[in-house]
Design a protein around this ligand. Structure first.
Ligand code: IDP
Ligand code: MG
Length: 145
């Protein structure tokens, strides 16, 4: 079985707080390998495209404004049950409801500025990975946990 992959984003609030190292350390500790990474500053159109499923939600414009307010770190995480494991490490969308020890509970500012994004299914992971990375930008390598 090839290892599962998921898309992770560290949102602008995470970069502003200097959290890249701590966040990536948690993924690696849990056996999720970053096999692609890049800093991106999304345009409005790119952020709207990424969050297109939320177009009709009341928070959409604000979310797009936040996600374009500064650079983000996009990465592909690879490992067993990567999609579910990443969501578990992230915690619930609203940091007030996120479990102790999760990234959002520990680092998020609000339900909007919640530090990380993670794909919610294998199917969406494939779509979201392709939004940020081409095949040749993903580099699997060899440790296993
Ligand atoms: P998720 O990131 O946990 O999958 P989604 O429901 O997919 O949560 O929402 C996407 C993003 O939209 C959230 O991570 C958060 O930044 C923002 N968001 C979600 N719900 C709200 C809200 O009620 N108010 C403001 N922003 C929200
Ligand atoms: Mg989501």
């Amino acid at each position: 079985m090839p290892a599962e992959r998921t898309l992770s984003l560290i949102k602008p609030d995470g970069l502003e707080k200097g959290l890249i190292g701590q966040i990536v350390a948690r993924f690696e500790h849990a056996g999720l390998k970053p096999v692609a990474m890049t800093l991106v500053h999304l345009s409005q159109a790119q952020a709207e495209g990424f969050y297109a499923v939320h177009r009709e939600r009341p928070f959409f414009q604000s979310l797009v404004q936040f996600m374009t307010s500064g650079p983000i770190l996009a990465m592909v995480l690879e490992g067993e049950d990567a999609v579910a494991k990443n969501r578990e490490i992230m915690g619930a969308t609203d940091p007030a409801k996120a479990a102790a020890g999760t990234l959002r509970r520990d680092f998020a500012t609000s339900i909007e500025k919640n530090t990380v994004h993670g794909s919610d299914s294998r199917e969406n992971a494939a779509i979201e990975i392709a939004y940020f990375f081409g095949q040749l930008e993903i580099h699997p390598y060899g440790w296993k946990k």
